[in-house]
Design a protein around this ligand. Structure first.
Ligand code: P6P
Length: 283
């Protein structure tokens, strides 16, 4: 797996350079989810594809920016599902954005996720990697080197609340729950970038990130294979929980299509248990 993580480090440096130097305008194309692509989305996807092209362990790539699976090596072991530049539309207002990677052994589904990683492109480039052994590991780039900062561990209860989705389209139960956290003194921390928002909760000891099913997006907005499950893996390895609106572990999801989404809740144990209680089984 280290070969794959090292490839992600190379990718991170190249995408960071692209963010800092390339055109932030829109291309004339759309991704598989019908979202208009930035030139940066296309460039970042190309950087990832080229980097993994020569990694013999990789059987195939699944990108948020591509409709279909891209076969790489028929003798490979892992399918890498990735969002090359999540929250890319935030780049032109100079907010942090990120890349997300899920590494699956066999059919891409929750139970086959064996490792994941994400990169945050902010004031510094930061990387978090996770495998089935031990806590996630947090790295910070210094020039071309990624220095290990330490293990990532979620507290039992946090202070941060990152409520996603258009509030006027939340269910009454969801609004009641989110307001109850604020009434307990939680602080609002939501940038609209999944990667920095979840990174902040992980590093600041805990809290809740939620992107529920809403009246306009009943199945949520975030994609199972390359956004939801890679972070679910990291949150669980860090000692937290990650569930859907039925209270099911996100790592038990089996997507029917590559670009399926899911309502998702990531957090420390206290917040997730409170969520389950408030909603009963259906969150
Ligand atoms: P909303 C960015 O477009 C993204 O995919 C995630 O990074 C982020 O968490 C979410 O959408 C934000 O969506 O509807 O709250 O603006």
């Amino acid at each position: 797996m280290q070969t794959i993580f090292n490839t992600i480090k190379t990718i991170a440096l190249k995408i960071d350079h692209a963010i800092k130097t390339e055109d932030l305008g829109y291309s004339s194309t759309e991704n598989a989810s019908g979202e208009e692509q930035l030139k940066l989305d296309v460039k970042s996807d190309y950087i990832v594809e080229q980097a993994f092209m020569d990694v013999s362990l990789v059987k195939a790539l699944v990108s948020e920016e591509k409709e279909e699976v891209l076969p790489i090596n028929e003798h490979g072991v892992y399918t890498v599902c990735y969002d090359p530049l999540d929250g890319s539309s935030l780049a032109d207002v100079n907010l942090s954005v990120g890349s997300i990677f899920g590494i699956y052994e066999g059919e891409p589904k929750g139970e086959n996720l064996v490792a994941s990683a994400y990169v945050v492109y902010g004031p510094r480039i930061e990387l978090v990697t996770a495998s089935k052994k031990g806590k996630p590991l947090h790295y910070r780039a210094q020039g071309e080197e990624f220095n290990l900062i330490g293990e990532v561990s979620l507290g039992q209860k946090g202070k941060l609340n990152a409520p996603g989705g258009t509030q006027q389209n939340w269910s009454a139960a969801h609004k009641k729950f989110i307001d109850s956290l604020f009434a307990e003194g939680y602080r609002l921390r939501y940038s609209g970038g999944m990667v920095p928002d979840l990174h902040q909760i992980l590093l600041k000891g805990g809290g809740l990130f939620s992107y529920p099913g809403t009246s306009d997006k009943p199945e949520g907005k975030l994609r199972q294979l390359f956004e939801v499950m890679p972070f679910a893996f990291i949150y669980e390895q860090a000692g937290g929980q990650a569930i859907d609106n039925n209270g099911t572990r996100l790592l038990e999801l089996v997507p029917k299509h590559l670009h399926d989404t899911s309502p998702c809740f990531f957090g420390s144990n206290y917040e997730i248990e409170a969520l389950k209680k408030t909603y009963g089984a259906k969150a």
